[in-house]
Structure formats: structure tokens, C-alpha cells
Ligand binder design. Structure first.
Ligand SMILES: [Zn+2]
Length: 395
């Protein structure tokens, strides 16, 4: 086994398990007595989890303000929240929701003290100034199993429309102090959200596993995460009441955030950024609908141009893992991997891109905007024609 050089950037303190939400009030109190709760639009206020959290904060002497984020967060939303909330002397920001709520909370926590616009720091747009902090302590409580934002150092912000973009505010200082991952929170997750987010988590694991920056430490994490997703995703989609499946998918998502933050992603996420910027397509749907075809394209490009590349054997390992057929040769394992991903795409009813208004005429513009940070860690440099082929197959 060859141990390549690697760095491990900081992680949150992680509390994982059914019921860990009950620890939130005492953990929040460690950071002070004034909290900001950031949630998604379909507010947790009506869920069975809201009252225990807010009563618990009150019992700990922590007062709180609530900010609901409608849809995926934009830079304008973050700037407005920071402007309005700076005078409130917030001690701790609690992101409680899906990836959008967590990313909004992370960005707001990053800027409450410095007070400048998030546009100063977004990658690829504006001046890209270095972020010096300090960040307000941030606690991440995911209620979906998908983006892994609870473990990452970036907040994805988007402006949607023909001039849209989807870019990251990224810095190690933005990593949550604590990630409270309570699989029981998935019990109220709708099936379509489980499908899209679960495919996002799996994509993040596979893309980290074959990333050109992959390293043994993250490989072992990604491997366990892919195994958990193999055994949890369809089961959780069928029944959100399946506690073992909830645990597996909450774990897969958490680990996917850890691995992607360390070694990057690939072509699926390279394409998900412009797709999400130009069209109203949720991130998980974009990833889920593309991952099988993008995996096929990567394997074919590697076979055509770099037939001895060691990542072909990693794809084969993933194929044996998903199909539970350890004896398959490399070619058969590649087919098993793609077949399994195609089957998941069908069974999870991930819609084609046309459902969100994407047409063949849009392909050149999407391809032209797909070469952001994720595409740079794809295991092989794809041509424009190859990237266009991935999209064309999913319209
Ligand atoms: Zn993702």
C-alpha cells in the first residue's frame, strides 16, 4: 500500500446518534447566552423537534432569534441577515435544517463579526479577498442526509437566472465547532428529498474516492460511507421509519462532507454548479440524475486515454462493493457499478434535466461554466464533447 502525502484540515467536534439533538441546548450554552437559529423555509417550527430545542435553550438561559431561509441562499440574503443581526450580539449560530439552511448559517456566522459583504470572498466572482475572520461559533444540525455541509468548510451561495452563478465562500475558519448528527431527524424527510440528497451524498463519496487528490485516509472513510449508502439509500426511500437505514444515510452524508472537504469532487459537481445557477434544479437532483452517466463517461475516457490509470481499479472496487460481487473482473465490475447507479436513478425516480427547462441548446453554456473547482479534481480531464455527452444523455 502506497501512502501518499496528505493534509487533514480541521473537523467539527462530532456528536452522532439517535437522540443527540437533546444535547444541543447544553452545547450551545458553552458559547454564550444569545443564539441565532437558522432554518429552512418549511419551518421546523411545526415539527416535533422545535419545542424541545427552544424549551431546552430557554432552560439553559440561552435566548434566541429565528431566521428562516427560503430556498437556496443567495449572497444578498446573507448580507441582509448580517446587516440586520450584527447589533444583536449573537454568541452562537445554530444551523438547523437541510444543506441550504446550514450553508446560510455558516456564511452568516462567518460574517457577523467582520460585517463585510460575502461577495468579497466568493470564489470566481468579485475580488476573492482572503477571509480573516473571526467567525462566530457555528453549530450544525442537519435534518436531511445529503450535502454533508455539517462537516465542510464552504458555504454554497447562488444567484439564479441567465446571469446566475453558484459559488463557494470557503475557509477553514468556517467549519462548524460542533456537528450534531441525529439520524432521528430524518424521520420527517419526504421521500423525494431522501432520494435526491442520498444520491448527492453517494456522489460525493464516489467522487472523493476517485478524486485525483484522494488519499488512503479519506479512501477508507469514503469506502465505509459508500457501503452505508448501499445498504441504506433504497431502504430509507421506501420507509423513513426504518431506523437502521436512517443511521446509515446520516453517516454516509456526514462522511461525504468530511471526504469532499479534504480531497474535492469531480465532474458531477462541476456540472451541478452551472445547472443550479441557470435552472431551478435542486443540487441533489442535479447530482443524482447525472452520476451514473458521468461515471460511465469517466471510465470510458480513462479506458481510451489512460488505460493503466490506477483509478480504473478503484472504480472496479466500487462496482464490487455496490453489487456485492467480490469476484468480478475489472470490466464486469465497471458494468456492475454503472448498472447499479442506473438502477438507483430509476428506482429513486430522479427526473431528467428537461423537467427543469434544460434543452439541448443550453448545453454549450452549461459546459462552458462547468470547469470550477470540482472539475479540477475529476480523475481525468474530460473534453467539452465528453461533458456535453453527459448532459445530453440526461435531458
Ligand atoms: Zn453535492
Amino acid at each position: 500500500m502506497y501512502i501518499s502525502d496528505f493534509s487533514l484540515s480541521r473537523l467539527p467536534r462530532i456528536e452522532f446518534g439517535p437522540g443527540v439533538l437533546g444535547r444541543l441546548p447544553t452545547i450551545a450554552r458553552i458559547y454564550g447566552t444569545r443564539a441565532l437559529l437558522v432554518t429552512g423555509a418549511s419551518s421546523l417550527r411545526n415539527s416535533p423537534f422545535w419545542t424541545p430545542v427552544t424549551d431546552g435553550l430557554k432552560a439553559q438561559g440561552v435566548s434566541w432569534l429565528h431566521l428562516a431561509i427560503p430556498g437556496e441562499p443567495s449572497p444578498q440574503m446573507v448580507d441582509e441577515a448580517v446587516r440586520a443581526l450584527r447589533p444583536e450580539s449573537i454568541d452562537v449560530v445554530i444551523g438547523f435544517g437541510g444543506g441550504s439552511a446550514l450553508d446560510a448559517a455558516k456564511a452568516i456566522a462567518g460574517l457577523l463579526k467582520p460585517g463585510n459583504s460575502v461577495m468579497d470572498h466568493l470564489e470566481g466572482v468579485g475580488p476573492e479577498l482572503a477571509y480573516v475572520g473571526p467567525a462566530t461559533p457555528f453549530i450544525a444540525v442537519p435534518t436531511t442526509a445529503g450535502t454533508g455541509s455539517e462537516a465542510t468548510k464552504n458555504a454554497v451561495l447562488s444567484v439564479q437566472g441567465s446571469d446566475g452563478f453558484k459559488k463557494s465562500f470557503r475557509d477553514e475558519k468556517l467549519v462548524a465547532e460542533v456537528a450534531l448528527v441525529d439520524p432521528d431527524l430524518l424521520a420527517t424527510c419526504p421521500a423525494s428529498v431522501i432520494a435526491a440528497n442520498g444520491m448527492d451524498a453517494f456522489t460525493q463519496l464516489l467522487e472523493s474516492y476517485v478524486s485525483c487528490r484522494a488519499a488512503p485516509l479519506t479512501d477508507s472513510l469514503a469506502w465505509g460511507g459508500m457501503k452505508a449508502a448501499r445498504d441504506g439509500l433504497l431502504a430509507l426511500y421506501a420507509d423513513a421509519g426504518d431506523a437502521a437505514a436512517r443511521n446509515r444515510m446520516a453517516y454516509a452524508a456526514l462522511v461525504s462532507g468530511i471526504t469532499l472537504a479534504q480531497v474535492g469532487l469531480g465532474s458531477v459537481h462541476g456540472l451541478a454548479a452551472p445547472l443550479g445557477a441557470f435552472f431551478p434544479i435542486p443540487h441533489g437532483v442535479a447530482c443524482g440524475t447525472l452520476v451514473a452517466q458521468a461515471t460511465r463517461a469517466n471510465i470510458e475516457a480513462l479506458q481510451a486515454r489512460e488505460a493503466n490509470h490506477p483509478v480504473l481499479e478503484k472504480y472496479a472496487q466500487a462496482g464490487r462493493l455496490l453489487s456485492k460481487q467480490g469476484q468480478l473482473n475489472q470490466t464486469a465490475s465497471h458494468a456492475a457499478l454503472i448498472d447499479t447507479l442506473d438502477a438507483w436513478t430509476r428506482e429513486l425516480q430522479l427526473p431528467p434535466l428537461a423537467q427543469y427547462g434544460v434543452t439541448h441548446a443550453d448545453i454549450p453554456r452549461i459546459v462552458a461554466n462547468s470547469r470550477g473547482s470540482s472539475m479540477k479534481t475529476n480523475p481525468i480531464a474530460l473534453t467539452d464533447a465528453e461533458i456535453a455527452g453527459i448532459l445530453a444523455a440526461r435531458i
